[in-house]
Write a protein that binds this ligand. Structure first.
Ligand SMILES: [Fe+2]
Ligand SMILES: [Fe+2]
Length: 170
């Protein structure tokens, strides 16, 4: 980034780049978590939920683009190797060994809640100090909140479906 661009930042740029690199690793893991989960998923509402999970995956990848562009603008070096993703990520990658739809959704929900905390932390760190990164963090935060809400809604629908089936058996 230009000299003046760096000068106007009223924070520890090294620390910010570290946080952004961790977020970058988390986005790639979230992308794969959604992408592979959508493909192995089995159970009720699969045909409705699968395309939505793939859409979430695309959005996570777009977050990675926003984050990496900012790292480079700040003069940082983005994480260059996939072997670093699990090393630097604060969010767990959970292999979808149980393909049942609820198990897949729970894994994605954990990822979203971790991402929400990540972008809240970046938004707090940059508030009033780095307007550009702050704007990126709040925009991504907003989308992660939407993702969390959608997953919670599907889980409620699945619970309701199970309750209805129980009543029918009585
Ligand atoms: Fe994301
Ligand atoms: Fe998300």
């Amino acid at each position: 980034m230009g000299k003046r661009g760096i000068e106007i930042l009223d924070l520890d740029v090294g620390k910010l780049i570290k946080m952004l690199n961790e977020a970058l690793c988390e986005e790639w893991l979230a992308y794969y978590q959604y992408w592979i989960g959508a493909r192995v998923m089995e159970g009720p509402m699969r045909s409705e939920i699968e395309p939505e999970l793939l859409l979430h995956a695309d959005q996570e990848l777009n977050h990675a683009v926003m984050v990496v562009d900012r790292i480079i603008q700040l003069g940082g070096e983005p994480v260059l190797s996939p072997t670093d993703w699990t090393k630097f990520s604060r969010c767990d990658y959970e292999a979808p060994t149980d393909p049942y739809v609820e198990a897949i959704l729970k894994q994605n929900l954990n990822g979203e809640r971790c991402a929400i905390q990540r972008y809240k932390d970046i938004a707090d760190f940059t508030s009033g100090k780095d307007h550009v990164t702050h704007q990126i963090a709040t925009q991504i935060l907003n989308e992660e909140l939407e993702h969390e809400q959608e997953i919670e809604d599907w889980m409620i629908d699945l619970d309701r479906m199970k309750e209805d089936l129980k009543k029918l058996k009585l």
